[in-house]
Design a protein around this ligand. Structure first.
Ligand code: ADP
Ligand code: ZN
Ligand code: ZN
Length: 750
């Protein structure tokens, strides 16, 4: 009987492909194994076996799989199940999920890292033989010394031999390769390839768990009680209440029971600080996993998690939900409100918090969501839907008060001509005081979506991307204009191409400009900037954070990145330079986000010792949300927000699906978007369909984009809605004009 395999390929294709396998492979192949298979005339791919069966496909000639890469599955059944859930829920191909899940190295044949090591040849592994050869060297003293060095390094006579690399040996003895080669020629030493691990097994000084204070102990007990009854618990604890310490205790208890823990963080920047904290307690039991790691490192972690000796704790950013777990007992989603948990592009556009909840439920594991500013969704699931348990921690560690938030009315200051640049006199004064007292300062400047631009002062011309419908961002230090959507770059022109004027000025409000202004105001202060531009390399975050931690910098300016979970001891003053860009953002989540950002960035102030101070610059001092931030009144804010969401049919009361339609031709895009809107309206009713819309950026990479929003009541069957939606898409594609249009979905957009 012939054996066949259905294979998932790393391509945006919904279907699996069926291949025949020869007898030898049929004996060994299992679900989850990696195979190399042909596709088309020339190409071959590494795929994952989804099913092994004996049903010959009909209607085409089946090709044979080329090779089975290893007998052990690289992907576990639970992972395949998770892939299926993601593809189904987020409306993408399993191949897309495959692509996101597996490190690139596993999509090829993986080559381990090899070093050349040195050992004695078999004849010389006795004391006697060694003595003889050492005596025989007479005038070849260099060889004599090198051999002695080897014996020392390998501790040959004291419990060795230990591994010695050729490079280390030569470096240690500072000798020439010729001497080494002579010893090899003499038949005393030989070299051999040694596979080294890229994973650091270095054990640093460990310290025990910190004892919890009474509030924290109570919260821990409540969390455990809650998780006995429910599978999800939300820990709502103010900034610096010691959530991380509570997690640590919970992790310790879980791994003591022999179960694994996944600790998710929204941002790689955060992992550096928390890694150090956790490593002090858990040492080499903890593995770190995120996209900044080199691919070979990620492959090694993946393989280690498949082995009998996996890390018990994985700390990572969103892609760590894809790692293989043998025995997952607990998932912690820290800063659960953070929107960077959602992957934007490319597919799968998954939300790592929600995917982690699904992952945990597949393993029967518990999930703890933690934050000082819960998302509207989680708050709703906790307080109104009763789906999650809730544990509250209102006190900061050591009863330090939350910082005082003082708003500064910049509109008024502008009117009185007292606002020059981006610093109000009050903020300048407080900064000066802080610097005089040798305290550190964090300045928060909202994301660079409102990035600096160049503008012609005479005619208002603004440079735009040639491929996308956006203006170009001005990068002062590189003196370049850059498209943040497609990466197009071009030098800054000397004159305006529209009117020839030489008066091109930079406009807008980026972190670079803030940095320049500080250098003028406080030339002595040491300033660091943390934003997307300064943190491109793998170690950049670590360096910036470390420098600030060690007091090598006085002022840290940053975007969102500085608002998240960082724990510094000497920051008294935090400045929010312009709250208005957040408040004016055209999105139903704008207020929720603005509150979260301001409360989180404020939470960096006064974590140790004295009460901190936050200077909040805004033109809207009268807005209730500013008062909410001042009073640390999350609950009023979220209450108002939820009421509005219910009235306006937004999450968490409705689920949203953004439908995107893309094509090179604008007319086709528009007509398909209009037609699809009409069709969807027929199926779902007008109140559930919002379209045709123009997305904020309506052209990217020379493709025009149309958009439709579908709203489905949370208590309706979402699976049914997705099915109907896919039927509509199919119907549209049956129209020959629309064959080459791309349609894709963003489910639960953030
Ligand atoms: P959160 O995660 O809630 O923002 P952290 O866990 O970072 O708070 O705690 C804030 C600071 O207080 C950290 O520097 C932490 O080490 C310290 N801290 C909190 N709880 C304790 C404790 N029980 N013992 C010693 N230090 C603690
Ligand atoms: Zn001009
Ligand atoms: Zn572009």
């Amino acid at each position: 009987m012939m054996t066949f395999i259905d294979v998932i390929l790393p391509l945006p294709l919904k279907a699996t492909f069926t291949y025949a396998v020869d007898e030898d492979m049929a004996q060994k192949v299992k679900r989850g194994c990696r195979v190399v298979v042909p596709l088309g005339k020339k190409k071959h791919y590494t795929g994952i076996v989804d099913r092994v069966h004996h049903e010959a496909p009909e209607g085409y000639e089946v090709k044979y799989a080329f090779a089975l890469l290893e007998e052990q599955p690289a992907v576990l059944p639970q992972q395949l199940k998770l892939w299926e859930w993601i593809a189904d829920y987020y409306m993408c191909a399993r191949g897309d999920v495959f692509n996101a899940a597996l490190p690139a190295g596993l999509k090829l044949e993986f080559k381990p890292k090899v070093e050349t090591h040195v050992r004695l040849t078999e004849d010389y592994r006795t004391e006697e033989a060694l003595q003889q050869v050492l005596d025989s060297f007479n005038r070849a003293t260099k060889q004599h010394d090198l051999l002695l060095t080897y014996l020392n390094m390998s501790a040959f006579f004291e419990g060795g031999p230990y591994e010695v690399s050729k490079q280390d040996l030569l470096a240690h003895h500072n000798t020439s390769v010729a001497v080494f080669d002579a010893l090899v020629k003499r038949g005393v030493l030989e070299t051999y390839p040694y596979i080294i691990s890229r994973l650091s097994e270095k054990e640093n000084q460990r310290s025990g768990l910190k004892p919890l204070n009474a509030n924290q102990q109570l919260a821990l007990t409540q969390i455990k009680q809650c998780l006995e009854k429910q599978s999800v618990c939300l820990l709502y604890g103010v900034t610096s209440s010691g959530k991380t310490e509570i997690y640590t205790h919970l992790i310790e208890e879980t791994i003591r029971q022999g179960k694994q823990v996944l600790y998710l963080l929204p941002e790689i920047a955060l992992t550096t600080q928390i890694t150090e904290r956790l490593k002090r307690v858990f040492g080499t039991q903890i593995g770190i996993y995120h996209s900044r790691f080199s691919d070979p490192e990620r492959v090694e972690i993946w393989n280690k998690q498949l082995s009998d000796n996996p890390y018990l704790i994985i700390l990572g950013a969103r892609s760590s939900v894809f790692l293989p777990y043998r025995n997952l007992g607990l998932v912690i989603v820290d800063e659960e409100h953070d929107s960077s948990y959602k992957q934007q592009d490319p597919a799968p556009r998954y939300h790592a918090r929600n995917t982690a909840l699904m992952l945990a439920s597949m393993y029967g594991a518990k999930t703890l969501l933690g934050t000082a500013t819960p998302s509207a969704e989680s708050w709703y699931n906790t307080t109104e839907a009763g789906k999650y348990g809730l544990v509250t921690l209102k006190e900061r560690y050591q009863e330090i008060q939350l910082p005082e938030v003082i708003p500064v009315d910049v509109k008024e200051l502008h009117r009185k001509k007292m606002m020059h640049g981006h610093f109000s006199p009050f903020l300048k004064e407080k900064m000066k005081e802080a610097l005089d007292r040798k305290e550190q300062i964090i300045l928060f400047q909202n994301r660079r979506g409102f990035a600096p631009m160049i503008e012609c002062h005479d005619c208002g011309w603004v440079p735009r991307c040639v491929h996308c419908d956006v203006s170009l961002t001005y990068h002062k230090h590189a003196n370049q204009l850059v498209c943040h959507y497609c990466g197009y770059t071009t030098p800054v022109p000397h004159t305006c191409p529209e009117c020839g004027s030489e008066d091109l000025r930079d406009r807008g409000f980026g972190t670079e400009k803030v940095e320049d202004e500080i250098k003028e105001l406080f030339p002595q202060a040491r300033v660091a900037r943390m934003d997307l531009d300064t943190t491109r390399s793998k170690t950049a975050h670590e360096r910036i954070i470390n420098d600030f931690e060690r007091g090598k910098t006085d002022i840290l300016i940053g975007t969102q990145m500085v608002s998240k979970g960082l724990d510094f001891d000497h920051v008294h003053l935090v400045g929010i330079l312009n709250a208005d860009t957040m408040l004016n953002y055209p999105d139903f989540r704008a207020y929720e986000r603005a509150y979260q950002l301001m409360a989180q960035v404020a939470g960096r102030a006064g974590r140790k010792g004295e009460r901190g101070l936050v200077v909040l610059q805004t033109g809207h001092v009268d807005y209730p949300i500013i008062r909410n931030v001042m009073n640390n009144d999350f609950e009023s804010m979220i209450h108002t927000q939820l009421a509005e969401r219910q009235t306006c049919h937004f999450p968490p009361f409705y689920r949203l699906v953004n439908i995107y339609i893309k094509h090179r031709q604008q007319r086709l895009t528009e007509s398909m978007t209009a037609l699809m809107t009409a069709q969807l309206t027929k199926v779902f009713g007008a109140e559930r369909v919002n379209g045709p819309l123009q997305p904020l950026v309506a052209r990217v990479h020379s493709l025009h984009i149309g958009m439709i929003v579908l709203k489905i009541e949370s208590n309706a069957s979402f699976a049914q809605a997705r099915k109907l939606l896919l039927q509509v898409e199919q119907l549209m594609h049956q129209d020959t004009r629309f064959k080459s249009l791309q349609v894709y979905y963003d489910v639960d957009p953030v």
